[in-house]
Design a protein around this ligand. Sequence first.
Ligand code: NAP
Ligand code: GDD
Length: 360
Amino acid sequence: MDKRKALVTGIGGQDGSYLCEILLQNGYTVHGIIRNRTTSDYTTVAVSHVLAAAEKNQNKLVLHSGDIMDPYFLLSLFREHSFDEVYHLAAQSHVGTSFKLQLYTCDVNALGTLRLIQTILTLGLEKKTKFYNACSSETFGQTVKDYQDESTPLCPVSPYAAAKAFSYWITSSARITHGLFAVNGILFNHESPRRGLGFVTRKITFAIAQIHLGLRSCIMLGNLNARRDWGHARDYMQGAYSMMKQDAPDDYVLATGKTRSVRDFVVTAFQIVGIRLEWSGSGIDEVGVDARTGQVRVRVDPDLYRPAEVSYLRGSAQKAATSLDWKPEISFKELVKEMVEADIALIHEKPTRFWMESKL
Ligand code: NAP
Ligand code: GDD
């Protein structure tokens, strides 16, 4: 069994929670940075999984309360532990929010990545510590190609993507300049029951669970025509782990190769609870109606449109298939079903909890 020591920034997020489980299964001692919440009664699904793993794996999973923006915190953490592998996942990861919090998003997503790399270099750990950077398909922006892969130029249209493009280049630069084992995982959208409630898939599955249980009547959404290549987060974290197991560092796309619209996701998710949608109207007047009862279940809210949109993403993970032997295991339908059923179970389990309505 491997006895390596890994650090996961953003361990309390969707991906961090799965990656932490994968690393523990592979014999790692896992350290995770988690931000202190002053309102301690608010725990996300992802964080609750990490806390459960910490309970089960005492001494093998160590959570550090901290922030990647504090270089002194990073220096003392790395000095004490000199990690074998660093998986840098922490980010302001919501694209829509990045238009309102531009400076903050760039500070965390771009300079936060540089702060981590600088910490490794400052402590002379570049020959010991491997570094994974969570890059994003959002950096491809408005591409004209039918699919995107490692050779597609980055053309960011949001502050989030611009910051992630910086993180991509500063990571490659550390590989070239300092010989750091530095990897960019260029991941297409991946979802799960642990997704934050502000992302469109979970917003939809959570609202459908509420509709199914009679707690609400309708979902408000933005651009129904945007197309994404949606996979399952567990599969993608397995791929990220494989990237770090290679003899030499490189950049890899992870994707399913299939693209679907937000409208497709809504239709598939409603089918799980036995509701068939029919669409009428167009633009902001478009509605999704329950074909059996005539009740309006989906409406468009123009406030949810983004100032600039990535309208089409479809990835080719050919390189990961060939070099990492990676392929997604969980199908789109299985993903949607798992998410809807998990949200129904969650609301059943905690019916009195105050659930925040997502305005994102
Ligand atoms: P997520 O659920 O939003 O998790 C991000 C985590 O980072 C959160 O736990 C967040 O903590 C933490 N964080 C934010 N700022 C921090 C800071 N300054 N210091 C320490 N921790 C901080 O995102 P995810 O879906 O797991 O994605 C993981 C990474 O992959 C992100 O970098 C994201 O941009 C990237 N990515 C995601 C996808 C996707 O489809 N999921 C695709 C491509 C790339 P709080 O909860 O306290 O905010
Ligand atoms: N969030 C949200 N809320 N998105 C909506 C809504 C809504 O009510 N209605 C329509 N959408 C559309 C967005 O405009 C976008 O085109 C699409 O749904 C997906 O939005 P998100 O789920 O917020 O994800 P994203 O694609 O913007 O970003 C995610 O994937 C990136 C990888 O491509 C995030 O996980 C990023 O961190 C990640 O890098």
